[in-house]
Design a binder for this molecule. Sequence first.
Ligand code: PGA
Length: 252
Amino acid sequence: MRKNIVAGNWKMNKSFGEAEALICDILDGLDKIEEPLADVVICPPAVYLEMGMDLVRETPVCVGAQNMSQFASGAYTGEISASMLQSMEVQYCLIGHSERRQYFSETDAQLAGKVDIALANQVWPIFCCGEALAEREAGNHFNVVKSQIENSLFHLSPKQFTDIVIAYEPIWAIGTGVTASSDQAQEMHQFIRGFINEKYGKEVADETSILYGGSCNAKNAKELFAKPDIDGGLIGGASLVAEDFLTIIKSF
Ligand code: PGA
């Protein structure tokens, strides 16, 4: 279902104590917001998921993992399965973040497998896509994003697709302080919704939440979220500071 979502991707940051304090500060801040206009998802490192789940219980905040295996179970040392996430009631998982694609060589086909196994275990994928700077400069950004989504998501049934959240994150904007302009982001989001419409129809396209990520911060979130096809953000750096993350949540 289309909803406004602000998700914090903490990446590989924070000690246990710092993570605990940050979640508590976010929860305290949310308590003071009368009616948050966005669903909030916190994606801490995997070793803190259990602590995170304990802290958010009985609050509207959701917890997500940053990655999971494409395999169901067994001899895959170091991996975390979708069924483990489900057994801990973790609701979301980032799939296909550009850092996973770049540093861990994750392919579209692998990501399709992760999406399938996440959905089979009622874990909602936040599927990340986005082009590199050279691809944008070559005018190829629409094709790149379209093929990432087609290759990893378009085997899904319309019903399955309604459980997908998409995060458009241009790689050149991630962690660089150079955000896409709200017009650039809107243009891509509209394009994404357009080809979801072509494949799955208007109802599914209108119901899909499409988040923007890439140097989204307390200063620029309002302008980005005001665009008709931007349904929230996937926030890296600014999600590590409670005050900034809360300001972003209040930016609708
Ligand atoms: P950033 O990261 O907000 O630090 O640019 C976003 C992300 O990688 O999800």
